[in-house]
Design a protein around this ligand. Structure first.
Ligand code: ATP
Length: 312
C-alpha cells in the first residue's frame, strides 16, 4: 500500500530563490514523522505544497494516494492542517469559529455539534472569548482544535507547539499519541529535535531546501552514542584507546590550572563511544581507574553538529 505522504524530487522556486532543491520524503501510513530544520529551510513550503496552497516547480507529491492538485475538497477533508502562520477571523467568539470549522472541515462526514468541546477543555481554551482578544498561545490552541476536530486520516502540523506553555505542550503530545493509536498519520514540523523525539518514530532534517538526514529516532539514538569520561592514575597515552572497537574519538583533557601535583599525575580522557563499552572498559582496567562516568549524547547536539558539518 502507498505511504500517506510520498514526495519525490520536489523542487520549489520563488522567482529566482530556490526553496526546495529536489527533496524525497515518505511518511508511512500510521506513522509519526518529525520535520525539523533551521529558519528558512523549506518546511512550511513543503507542507503548503501537500495542502495545495502552493504548487511545486517540479517533482511528484502524493497525499493519501492522491495528487493534491487534483484531490480538491474531498482530499482536504481527510487532512487536518495547522498552518505555521495561523490567521483567524478575530470578530467571532471561539465557540462560533469552531462551529464554523466543524461545518466546513468535513462536508461529506458532518462533525457532531460541539465536538470541539472535549479538545478545547483538554487544552484549557476558553471558548467564550472573542478570538481577537486571545493571546498567541490561546490562538494556537484554536488552530490545534480545528486540525484535530474532524478526526482526519492525516495531520499536517506546522510548528504545533509554538507559543504553548509546557503543560499544554504535554497535553498536545498526548493528543498526538492518541491520534496515532486511532490510526492517524502525523507529519509535524519543529525547530527543535527534543520536541519531535517525544512523539515521532522518524525524523527528517531539512537544511537550505535539501534533506540532510532521514532516520528513525532509535537509529539516531544508537548513532549518537555515549560520552564516557575516564580518569586513570599515572600518565597514559590516549593512543591506547583510539583504535578500540566502538571508540570513535578520544580527547585528552588538559589538567586545570588549579590542579594539585597528584592530580597532574593522572590522565583524564573524554571518549566518544558507539555501541558496546566492553573493549574500552577492558582496556581501562589495565590501569587504576580513579573515575568513570558515562552519559547518552544529547540528540540535539548531534543534529546541531550535522548542521555545521553540512555547512562546511
Ligand atoms: N512567498 C515567498 N516568496 C519568496 N520567498 C519565499 C516565500 N515563502 C518562503 N520563501 C523563502 O523560501 C525559503 C523557505 O521558507 P519556508 O518558510 O518554507 O522555511 P521554514 O523551514 O518553514 O522556515 P521557518 O522555520 O523560519 O518557518 C526561505 O528562504 C524563504 O525566505
Amino acid at each position: 500500500m502507498n505511504a500517506a505522504v510520498e514526495i519525490t524530487g520536489l523542487r520549489k522556486d520563488y522567482g529566482r530563490r530556490t526553496a526546495l532543491r529536489g527533496i524525497d520524503l515518505t511518511v508511512p501510513h500510521g506513522g509519526i514523522v518529525g520535520f525539523i530544520g533551521p529558519n528558512g529551510a523549506g518546511k512550511t513550503t513543503t507542507m503548503r505544497i501537500l495542502l495545495d496552497i502552493l504548487r511545486p516547480t517540479a517533482g511528484q507529491v502524493r497525499v493519501l494516494g492522491e495528487d493534491p492538485r487534483k484531490g480538491g475538497a474531498a482530499l482536504r477533508s481527510r487532512i487536518g492542517y495547522l498552518p505555521g502562520e495561523l490567521r483567524l477571523d478575530g470578530r467571532y467568539d471561539v465557540a462560533t469559529l469552531l462551529d464554523h470549522y466543524a461545518a466546513v472541515s468535513s462536508p461529506g462526514r458532518p462533525v457532531a455539534r460541539h465536538a470541539w468541546r472535549p479538545l478545547a477543555d483538554r487544552l484549557g481554551l476558553d471558548t467564550t472569548r472573542t478570538v481577537r482578544t486571545l493571546s498567541k498561545g490561546n490562538k494556537q490552541k484554536v488552530g490545534l482544535v480545528q486540525a484535530f476536530l474532524h478526526t482526519p486520516e492525516l495531520l499536517v502540523l506546522d510548528e504545533p507547539t509554538s507559543g504553548l506553555d509546557p503543560l499544554v505542550q504535554a497535553e498536545f503530545v498526548t493528543m498526538v499519541r492518541e491520534a496515532r493509536e486511532a490510526g492517524t498519520t502525523v507529519f509535524l514540523s519543529s525547530h527543535v529535535l527534543s520536541e519531535v523525539e517525544q512523539v515521532a518514530e522518524s525524523v527528517v532534517v531539512l537544511r537550505e531546501g535539501a534533506v540532510v538526514l532521514d532516520s528513525t529516532v532509535a537509529r539516531l539514538r544508537a548513532d549518537a552514542g555515549t560520552q564516557v569520561r575516564l580518569i586513570l592514575a599515572g600518565r597514559v597515552s590516549p593512543e591506547e584507546f583510539t583504535h578500540l572497537e566502538g571508540v570513535r574519538s578520544v580527547v585528552l583533557e588538559p589538567p586545570a590550572e588549579s590542579a594539585t601535583e597528584p592530580e597532574r599525575e593522572t590522565t583524564a580522557l573524554a571518549v566518544d563511544l558507539a555501541g558496546s563499552p566492553d573493549a574500552l572498559v577492558k582496556a581501562a582496567a589495565r590501569h587504576t581507574v580513579l573515575h568513570l562516568s558515562a552519559a547518552q549524547s544529547d540528540l540535539e547536539d548531534v543534529v546541531m553538529r550535522l548542521y555545521s558539518k553540512e555547512s562546511r
